[in-house]
Ligand binder design. Structure first.
Ligand SMILES: O=C(O)C(=O)C[C@H](O)[C@H](O)COP(=O)(O)O
Length: 214
């Protein structure tokens, strides 16, 4: 894997973040994640202020890897790059977006869950795919079945990941990292429960280590 993919994989979990008030919440949230040993985030463009949030998180924690999520247009890729994002994440596989991201030299994890998606991804030399929505699409059993014909891909399952199933996912060598909102829920963010977020990050990191060491 390239250095960025390896760094994300080493962390093992990627919080999926939706910020309604990035001016207020992006900086303390970035600190909470980094303190918890999870210096990475996928900031969803479902919230209008996503570029602002990406910029604020990078300014607060310059070493943090910040990605843009729910990206569905090339204009959003431009906005994400301008804000300092290092990786683009899309819900589905759109070859136009993959080609555009690659032409701009930014990593992209497109959403893929079917053999047809994986075939399409092969043409772009990608190393990591987002497997979305993970649990609803068949979870780890499907991910393992897909890796037989497509061993070149690692995946980032997102959707339905929690502290309960994290270890199962991470125990498989096909998993680059797991994405999820469980450690950064709307309740935790809106009520400024930064310590609780840090704690959930620490617990997740413990599980990453357990899963990979045994
Ligand atoms: O916005 C996106 O592109 C997404 O990734 C959608 C959701 O945020 C994930 O499905 C997270 O799923 P949960 O961890 O189950 O909440």
């Amino acid at each position: 894997m390239n250095a960025l993919n390896q760094a994300i994989s080493d962390i093992g979990v990627v919080p999926v973040i939706k910020l309604n008030n990035p001016e207020r919440d992006a900086a303390p949230l970035a600190k909470a994640l980094c303190e918890g040993g999870v210096p990475v985030a996928e900031v969803t463009f479902r919230a209008a202020g996503a570029p602002l949030a990406i910029k604020a998180m990078k300014e607060t924690c310059p070493d943090m890897i910040v990605g843009a999520g729910t990206v569905t247009t090339t204009a959003q890729i431009d906005e994400a790059i301008a804000a300092g994002a290092q990786v683009i994440v899309t819900p589905g596989f759109d070859p136009e977006l993959v080609a555009y991201a690659q032409s701009k030299d930014i990593a992209i994890y497109p959403g893929c869950t079917t053999p047809t998606d994986y075939h399409a991804a092969l043409k772009f030399g990608l190393e990591v795919l987002k497997f979305f929505p993970a649990e609803q699409s068949g979870g780890l059993a499907k991910i393992k079945a897909m890796s037989a014909p497509f061993p070149q891909f690692k995946v980032m399952p997102t959707g339905g990941v929690s502290l309960k199933n994290l270890k199962d996912y991470l125990s498989s060598p096909v998993i680059a990292a797991c994405g999820g909102s469980y450690m950064v829920t709307a309740d935790l963010i809106d009520n400024h429960k930064w310590d609780e977020i840090t704690d959930l990050c620490k617990k997740s990191r413990e599980i990453v280590k357990e899963a990979r060491n045994g």
